[in-house]
Write a protein that binds this ligand. Structure first.
Ligand SMILES: Cc1cc2nc3c(=O)[nH]c(=O)nc-3n(C[C@H](O)[C@H](O)[C@H](O)COP(=O)(O)O)c2cc1C
Length: 171
């Protein structure tokens, strides 16, 4: 597991090779196995492979959307906020599991934050809801750009593990 975690880097440039349908299914399978507060299942996912749609999403948030310029796949993590008060935690766990499964499959990915962010059309969450037909009552956590990496990044090392952040018995 630590090896996988070392290898997970945010990959922001992708080749044009599509992600294989069986790999897309594995990414979503990982997300669907995520634990959730009180076992409620508030999460849903929107899988986007259409280049025009992915390009459009890039402009619904002011900064940090560069990975969508080349990603052949975007997965939007949404949740029915009426089902639970832990939807942000639930969605975040599912999102990182997608990213870790991507590493395992030899794919790259980047978490692009949507919740609490703004773009040219105002709230990025509202703009995503409108563009993708997401009903009111659903929160949009993020969109994960996924694809075959077109950039190399060194894995994290032990030096990235700052054990001074760990407190034993009390702060
Ligand atoms: C909550 C959260 C929000 C993030 N938002 C963005 C984003 O909007 N755009 C982006 O390019 N990267 C985003 N990232 C990726 C971080 O910038 C990245 O994880 C961090 O710089 C560490 O680099 P690494 O992922 O290669 O270890 C986000 C990551 C997290 C966990």
């Amino acid at each position: 597991m630590l090896e996988l975690l070392r290898e997970r880097r945010s990959i922001r440039k992708f080749t044009s090779e599509p992600v294989a349908p069986e790999d897309i299914r594995k990414l979503l399978g990982a997300a669907l196995l995520a634990p959730a507060g009180m076992g409620k299942k508030p999460l849903e996912f929107i899988v986007i492979r259409d280049r025009e749609t992915i390009t459009h999403l890039q402009f619904l948030k002011a900064h940090g959307t560069a990975p969508l310029a080349s990603a052949p796949l975007a997965i939007v993590v949404i949740a029915d906020t009426r089902k639970t008060d832990t939807w942000v935690e639930d969605a975040s766990i599912a999102a990182i599991l997608i990213q870790l499964e991507a590493v395992r499959l030899g794919l790259g990915s980047t978490w692009i934050q949507i919740r609490l962010r703004e773009g040219g059309e105002g709230s990025s969450e509202d703009a995503f809801r409108k563009k993708l037909g997401i009903p009111d009552g659903y929160g949009v956590l993020n969109v994960i750009a996924v694809g075959h990496g077109a950039e190399e990044k060194s894995p994290h090392t032990d030096a990235d593990m700052d054990f001074s952040k760990v407190h034993y018995e009390r702060f």
